[in-house]
Design a protein around this ligand. Structure first.
Ligand code: TXA
Ligand code: MG
Length: 344
């Protein structure tokens, strides 16, 4: 299969490009599209065959549900069977934006989208191109991140092509994604709202609207061997480059001392901007130490860069656990298989 590359400006979507992408999607084809978080691999959520094709192109486990993208909040009642007050408040506050709300699904959405669950994650993306493409398609779009299952999520069209060239019909290139990590996934099921995956909307932002919100323990600790996953995605290896990554908690000095005594051939530091000079080994940077937004934009590209440079062992600087930093830390923990050494 030849993958068509369609280019557009990100703020002023080219109407011809968006129409072409929308037409392909309505015909059941797969098109990778930019969103404000990461590139998504979109297919018509109402078309069971297209949904199957998404799983196949990604090599995604059959029990890991897809999220459904709508162009405007008023599409929600067509596909969600029940919309509690809390969901309305969240949609009012954060849509369009990087928040996915898990709600009971209507029967009109095929069971393959939700991998057999009675709930579906809904998201209304803030990216002008994503909105224009969904509008042009005229149908809700199932869209997981547009990477091969297990590899880092794509924040550029080039990342998408590295993983999926020849496996999908088209990719719409609108440049790099503004947020860089995926949406926050919130479940309102069973009492206190739960963050299943931290992302572009922070726990404090959610608390301001909902009063209370809990972060699922698996976000920072991983899933215990016998525990049931609140979100199927928690079960799977993700974001992992080929290298063995270890996160080192502590100051830059402590980090520098540790890597100097442990570095071998093929060892890299995954560090913050401006720290390379201090470290004396090959480095890949993923943002500034004091700016979690820049870390979010840089992390997935940095993980891919480590593969490109054939890193074998990676020691990573630790992000903060607050704000968007929580999402950055969660992705890095998962890339590291939850391997952390505390140097304090
Ligand atoms: O920012 C994003 O959310 C991107 C862009 C493309 O919109 N999409 C994305 O999709 O990250 P995906 O499929 O890579 O991640 C969705 C996550 C998975 O971990 C999945 O297990 C979880 O959401 N999820 C989906 N439906 C769920 C449900 N009904 N209950 C619990 N978790 C669910
Ligand atoms: Mg994903």
């Amino acid at each position: 299969m030849h993958t068509l590359l369609l280019k557009t400006d990100s703020l002023c979507p080219d109407p011809n490009v968006c129409q072409q992408a929308g037409d392909l999607l309505r015909m059941g084809k797969l098109v990778a599209i930019p969103t404000e978080t990461v590139y998504g691999l979109a297919g018509n959520a109402m078309d069971e065959q297209a949904v199957h094709a998404i799983f196949a192109a990604k090599g995604r486990p059959q029990d890991n549900p897809l999220i459904v993208h709508i162009p405007a909040p008023d599409w929600l009642p067509r596909y969600a069977a029940d919309i509690p007050d809390a969901a309305r408040k969240l949609a009012d506050a954060f849509w369009p934006g990087p928040l996915t709300i898990v709600l009971p699904k209507r029967d009109c959405l095929p069971d393959t989208v939700s991998a057999g669950l009675s709930t579906v994650g809904f998201r209304c993306p803030a990216h002008p191109v994503a909105q224009a493409v969904i509008e042009a398609a005229g149908v809700p779009l199932a869209a997981p991140s547009a990477n091969r299952s297990g590899s880092p999520s794509p924040t550029t069209a080039a990342h998408v092509l590295l993983d999926l060239d020849g496996r999908i019909d088209a990719v719409v290139d609108a440049g790099p994604c503004a947020v860089g990590v995926e949406s926050t996934v919130v479940s309102l099921h069973g009492g206190v709202p739960h963050i299943l995956r931290p992302g572009g909307i922070t726990p404090d932002q959610l608390k301001n609207v909902l009063g209370t919100v809990e972060v699922d323990p698996a976000v920072l600790k991983g899933l215990a061997p016998d525990a049931k996953a609140a979100s199927p995605g928690m079960k799977y290896k993700h974001y992992a480059p080929k290298a063995k990554i270890t996160i080192l908690k502590g100051s830059l000095d402590a980090f520098s001392n540790y890597v100097r005594t442990h570095a071998e051939r093929g060892t890299f530091a995954l560090c913050f901007r401006g720290e390379q000079e201090k470290l004396g080994l090959p480095c890949v940077c993923y943002g500034s130490a004091d700016d979690d937004g820049s870390q979010a934009r840089g992390l997935f590209g940095a993980l891919r860069e480590l593969d490109k440079r054939s890193a074998q062992t990676v020691y990573a600087r630790c992000p903060r656990e607050t704000g968007v930093g929580l999402a950055v830390y969660n992705r890095l923990l998962r890339a590291a298989g939850f391997s952390v050494i505390d140097l304090n």
